[in-house]
Design a binder for this molecule. Structure first.
Ligand code: DQA
Length: 147
């Protein structure tokens, strides 16, 4: 079993902190990634984080790095709702995929209520802000009894 967790952030999540903070919170992406890396390191797990505004780049990263990971935590951003090549790339992997959203997508516009990722994800955490990522990591750590 590999000791790597891959965290994938989709379009516009590089703007966290400045982007609609009343919806997505004040925490920057760097700060979220740092919190994840520290929690992983405490459990002997390497947390790798990537962000791209381009679906193809995320597909490339999944194809090259996804196979090695013991789990994937992904906030696909708007690709959640229509990113079929992203979904197909994730579907190739056997490691569990956890879908995370900072905001509660079900309380928002109707187009956010559909996720093309959810059917191939092990679970979904939505509306718990940046702590949702850490909860996803806790689940992976507990699942693999590395705590
Ligand atoms: C989001 C929700 C999506 O609908 C939106 O397009 C995002 C962020 C969230 O984290 O709440 O970019 O995934």
């Amino acid at each position: 079993m590999s000791k790597t967790v891959l965290v994938i952030h989709g379009p516009n999540l590089n703007m966290l902190g400045r982007r609609e903070p009343h919806i997505y919170g004040a925490m920057t992406l760097d700060a979220i990634n740092e919190a994840l890396k520290q929690r992983g390191a405490a459990a002997g797990i390497e947390v790798q984080c990537i962000q791209s505004n381009h679906e193809g780049e995320l597909v490339d990263a999944i194809q090259t790095r996804g196979w090695e990971a013991m789990g994937i935590i992904i906030n696909p951003g708007a690709l959640t709702h229509y990113g079929l090549s992203l979904r197909d790339a994730l579907a190739m992997l056997s490691a569990p995929i956890i879908e995370v959203h900072l905001s509660n997508v079900y309380q928002r516009e109707a187009f956010r209520h559909t996720s093309v990722i959810a059917p191939i994800a092990r679970g979904q955490i939505t509306g718990l802000g940046w702590r949702g990522y850490l909860l996803a990591l806790e689940w992976l750590l507990a699942e693999y009894e590395t705590v």
